[in-house]
Design a protein around this ligand. Structure first.
Ligand code: NOJ
Length: 552
């Protein structure tokens, strides 16, 4: 095992699995734990240290499983607890650790405790586990908060006497009521959930909406013009830090000897100003928070350098792992083809563009992958990034599943385009997504794949040394072996004023990274050998949208 050290997560490469879209073992068109288990060899060959599984718990699937109705069980459509235990065991056999998702901000409206709250009268203790309030006038919700998926963040219930009654808070879909973290039952419940999964041998937790689970007790209106991800009555509340200290103590109470080493937890914290992140980085808080900075910048050397610097000024990449994509944002191979950085409206623009500039985006995503894996610290890869999958923009309206599509009445296409099931083979139903026995024909995948999906499939990419997959495999191999890569620091190599589009840094011992963000070829910095390049590099010159790993 590469990282048998206790702090294995400090330079780990972790692969995000969206289980329903990764691999389907029973042929019903929906990915499952057995499918993932059958494909662990692929992940071991890719060279990742751990996998993070997005929710696989029982759920009505109103928000892709982030509406949990039982935190300590496996959705029967995805498998059984025995399948989960087998997955953890098999993964360990491949030197791969397993991280699971913790969803503490909200549950599903189908959760027994929310049902009990609905059945109870206003003022009863069952209601106090959630955030129920009277409206502030006839048909007026208690405040002006909006759901992250569009529309008001409050829904009114019908009381037992049949009359419209109190309102409950849901920062996301109405089927995702927010927990009241000021009621002691709620932290106690989640301590049990954390213990349940750690006892089953998971190496860590990814904490959903880690910036949002405490609300200002007065529930004041949000002021107009507040920045999207800045401090607000429901973001970055100071009460969060005591909670995370208590969770850190639980993580640290688990044995660190041998596999899997110390346990980690990584918070999903979105912010506008890097400083907002500071309290989350207290030494006794969550071990890690995501660093989303590489998702946001315009495609320019200076913007990327600024994004990296602003993160490194606060902490190392060991505490704030780097990512270029996940199941909530458009795929890098499509996103980076636009010169401007990420905005929520980007998918609509990508749909309008169709195939235009697609190749451009793919070259940029290859260069971004080499950047991601050369930066100091830990990195996350979202499934399919290693295949160069583009955002699927042509999903018919009636096949879209994301609540954001529904709640905005189609104005936002939502996030389905980065969740389309993985193509494993060039041809066949589902392009090999579903494994079936006895030659039976599998059901169509739960989200439609585009007809050209086979072009990106694993099989042909394995056979092609120039493919996206081969690039990722080579990069991960080199990263394991090269003493300069993984945890540590970087030193910028100052740009030649003649080539401002070149981003270069050195890492010790003997490693140089160079990426060309410009439209014209640029000379490579002084180097020994070319270790790896994201595109053709000839006569000492780096083509546009290309990155190289060099010996220094
Ligand atoms: C963040 C998750 O990544 C996203 O998919 C989900 O919709 C929201 N949190 C709400 O749970």
């Amino acid at each position: 095992m590469r990282n048998s050290r206790n702090g294995w997560w400090e330079d780990a490469v972790i692969y995000e699995v969206y289980p329903r879209s990764f691999a389907d073992a029973d042929g019903n068109g929906v990915g499952d734990l057995s499918g993932l288990r059958a494909r662990l060899g692929y992940l071991a060959d890719l060279g990742v240290d751990a996998i993070w599984l997005t929710p696989f718990y029982p759920s009505p699937l109103a928000d892709g499983g982030y509406d949990v109705s039982d935190y300590c069980a496996v959705d029967p459509r995805l498998g059984t607890m025995a399948d989960f235990d087998g997955l953890v065991k098999d993964a360990a056999g491949h030197q791969i650790r397993v991280i699971v998702d913790l969803v503490p901000n909200h549950c599903s409206s189908a959760h027994p405790l929310f049902r009990a709250a609905l059945a109870a009268a206003p003022g009863r203790p069952e209601r106090d586990r959630f955030i129920f309030r009277e409206g502030r006038g006839p048909d007026l919700p208690p405040n002006n908060w909006e759901s992250q998926f569009g529309g008001p963040a409050w829904t009114r219930v019908t009381e037992a006497d049949g009359r419209p009654g109190q309102w409950y808070l849901h920062l996301y879909d109405p089927s995702q009521p927010d927990w009241n973290w000021r009621n002691p039952d709620v932290p106690a419940l989640f301590e049990d959930v954390i213990g349940f999964w750690l006892d089953r041998g998971v190496a860590g937790l990814r904490v959903d909406v880690a910036h949002g689970i405490f609300k200002d007790p007065d529930l004041p209106d949000v002021q107009a013009g507040q920045p999207l991800n800045g401090p607000s009555p429901y973001r970055h509340r100071p009460e969060l830090q005591a909670l995370y200290r208590s969770w850190r103590a639980i993580l640290d109470s688990y044995p660190v000897d041998g596999f899997p080493g110390s346990r980690t937890a990584i918070g999903e914290v979105w912010y506008d100003q890097a400083d907002t992140l500071r309290p989350y980085l207290a030494p006794d808080g969550l071990p890690q928070v995501f660093n989303f900075q590489l998702i946001l910048p315009d495609w320019q050397a200076a913007a990327f350098r600024g994004a990296i610097d602003s993160a490194l000024a606060l902490t190392s990449g060991s505490r704030a792992p780097w990512v270029i994509g996940n199941h909530d944002v458009p795929r890098p191979a499509s996103r980076y083809r636009l010169d401007e950085g990420y905005t929520p409206e980007m998918i609509t623009r990508l749909i309008a563009l169709g195939d235009q500039n697609a190749e451009h985006g793919a070259w940029r995503a290859r260069a971004a992958a080499l950047l991601l894996l050369a930066l100091p610290g830990s990195a996350y890869i979202y499934q399919g990034e290693e295949l160069g999958l583009p955002e699927v923009t042509g999903i018919p309206d009636d096949a879209r599943q994301d609540p954001r599509f529904r709640r905005t009445h189609g104005e936002s296409p939502g996030r389905d385009g980065c969740r389309v099931p993985i193509p494993w083979d060039r041809t066949g139903t589902g392009f090999g997504f579903s494994l079936t026995r006895d030659g039976a024909s599998p059901a169509a995948p739960w989200l439609p794949q585009p007809p050209e999906w086979g072009r990106y499939s694993v099989g042909p990419q394995l056979a092609d040394e120039h493919s996206f997959l081969s690039l990722y495999r080579a990069a991960l191999r080199l990263r394991r072996d090269h003493p300069a890569l993984g945890r540590g620091t970087l030193r910028w190599l100052d740009p030649d004023p003649e080539t401002p589009d070149l981003l270069c840094f050195a890492r010790e011992p003997g490693f140089v990274f160079a990426a060309n963000f410009g439209a014209a070829p640029a000379p490579l910095p002084a180097h020994g050998e070319i270790l790896l390049a994201s595109g053709p590099v000839t006569s000492g010159s780096l083509p546009p949208d290309t990155a190289a790993w060099l010996s220094g």
